[in-house]
Design a protein around this ligand. Sequence first.
Ligand code: SAM
Length: 288
Amino acid sequence: MPTDSWVNETLYAEWGQRFLVKRELARVKSDFQDIMVFESYTHGRVMVLDGVIQITEMDEFAYQEMIAHVPLLAHGDAKRVLIIGAGDGGVLKRVLQHRTVEKAVMVEIDGEVIRLAKEFMPGIAGDAWTDPRATVIVGDGIDYVRQAEAGSFDVVIVDSTDPIGVGEVLFTDEFYANAARLLSDRGLIVNQCGVPAMQADELRETALRRAKSFPDNWAYVAAVPTYVGGFMTLGWASKDASLRQVPVEEIRRRADVAGVLDTTRYWTPEIHVGAFNLPPYISMHLPR
Ligand code: SAM
């Protein structure tokens, strides 16, 4: 693609955002998806999977901080963390920032996403790839959760593509049932649930599925500029309803102990607590 041509996001057939390309860096057809990485004028480097913007250097912090810090600090004693998807490594980096974490296993289906992120967006994961607490597996998340030992993780983070193509299995009853089994007694799972103004079905349907395996079900919000359409939702399911009602001062104390307080650009203790307060246009899609 020549410099100064436009990339149009194809997530929605009738509406979308576009980027002016400063320089194309990679275009690969992997066994699973079409991957493109380019340098933009406005958002730093950008990764696109099957025509959908996944990550930009300019605003990745908002998404990564909220999908990683909220579940770990809500749990309060998360030592073993399972990450599904997230091939760019940004969630792994935020999880390993917590000095309380002893083990992080990341299962990404597409080794090409990892390779291209390491080569062209190395700042996203930083040193996380070589952290001795990290295990990175190239494989399907559904296979991993089927085989994982009962009670072997405290937190599961699903940073997947939308429920189309390879990502679809991560939104099924079977996936959530296995997630409930592999989580410890106070365990919890969060998952990428799209932008409800445009993808309300994704939020509604995944919440109903999670509810079959977990007693406590909800969602929380984050505003990520390049996931266009307003707030995006992160689905939440846990075995213990008190985990999403931890007071702000306790969240601050835990963040201090974990070593993440004052390191963030989006997450704060107040935003953590406030993110569970949903506008009615979003909460109307969740089971009561
Ligand atoms: N944070 C960005 C977002 O939400 O758009 C980035 C998402 S991350 C790059 C999504 C990753 O999930 C992709 O690299 C994709 O290959 C991976 N993925 C999709 N289906 C998967 C599966 N069944 N098992 C493991 N990883 C999967």
